[in-house]
Design a binder for this molecule. Structure first.
Ligand code: MF3
Ligand code: CO
Ligand code: CO
Length: 295
């Protein structure tokens, strides 16, 4: 039946739950009702598989996020306040006819997250002055024509020391390892497993309290994408899923605490933490980054 082939990739795991490839399972069964994978994923997991027009919209938002991060990379220098980065991101976003998703999101007071050194994530831009040797993660989420894309990078301020180089490299390679696991038939657990295997193998630790997330029509959609896990566990990846992968990696222990501003997450042991994030689409053969930048 043609309808099957178009809606569900032939090589995708069959939505009936057999664990077999679709082409080896229900695709061949006479008399079976057409299975709408989108409906199945929404009913079962509350995951909205994206239609081509939605994907195109998220891709456009993603281009703006990548351009914003490139602008930030050029602007970062020792002596600047993190609030200056907020102003740059805010104005750049508006100038490109988009809105910064963080601003007023659950009470977040600024337009971007800036997380320096021991700050794991959700750092609030302010009076902190960047010093040579610092690392800073800048996490940008833009809403363009109603579509959301989310990505972040960790930058060096001035010349990095050994610890800074190590944690930023491990965080970058962790995201690479994760993206290599994104393809139909693999599971969300395979993504977390790949990250954990790599990062812990390097003597670093993986933050548990914050996860990747579905995205596109809203900031945070199902599913959650933990950065730790076991092979084969969790929801099967199917084409049309759009989610972020954003492992937070600590040089010391994984534990965190939240500052009294109720946002800033810092390592409990004061060790450095780094992160890279991209928004990805599961395709028939693997993935496409909708916030493409070289890792
Ligand atoms: N961009 C973050 C993420 O990757 C979320 C930030 S929420 C905010 O999911 F309110 F702090 F902006
Ligand atoms: Co995110
Ligand atoms: Co983000």
């Amino acid at each position: 039946m043609k309808q099957y082939d178009e809606k569900i990739g032939r090589n995708v795991v069959c939505p009936c739950g057999s664990g077999k490839k679709y082409k080896k399972c229900c695709i061949g069964k006479a008399g079976l009702q057409p299975v709408d994978l989108s409906q199945y994923y929404y009913k079962k997991h509350k995951i909205r598989l994206k239609q081509p027009e939605e994907i195109a919209g998220i891709r456009e938002a993603g281009k703006l996020v990548v351009d914003t991060l490139a602008m930030v990379a050029q602007a970062i220098r020792p002596g600047m306040k993190t609030d200056e980065l907020n102003t740059l991101v805010h104005e750049f976003t508006l100038r490109h006819n988009a809105r910064p998703a963080p601003l007023n999101y659950k009470g977040f007071p600024k337009s971007v997250c800036t997380s320096v050194n021991e700050v794991i994530c959700h750092g609030i831009p302010g009076e902190r002055i960047l010093l040579a040797g610092d690392i800073i993660n800048v996490d940008v989420t833009s809403i363009l024509n109603g579509f959301y894309a989310d990505a972040n990078k960790t930058f060096f301020v001035g010349t990095p020391g050994r610890d800074a180089q190590k944690i930023v490299n491990v965080a970058r390679e962790s995201l690479k390892a994760a993206l290599d696991a994104v393809r139909p038939g693999n599971t969300i657990g395979d993504i977390g497993f790949a990250i954990q295997q790599y990062a812990e193998g390097q003597g670093c630790s993986v933050v548990r309290e914050f996860v990747g997330h579905g995205i596109g029509c809203d900031f945070h959609e199902p599913p959650q994408v933990p950065h730790f896990g076991r092979k084969g566990e969790g929801i099967k990846l199917v084409p049309g899923m759009v989610f972020t992968v954003e492992p937070m990696i600590n040089l010391g222990k994984a534990h965190l605490r939240i500052l009294t501003d109720n946002w800033t997450a810092v390592t409990a042991d004061g060790s450095l933490s780094a992160q890279f994030e991209q928004t990805v689409l599961v395709t028939e053969t693997g993935y496409e980054s909708l916030t493409p930048f070289d890792l």
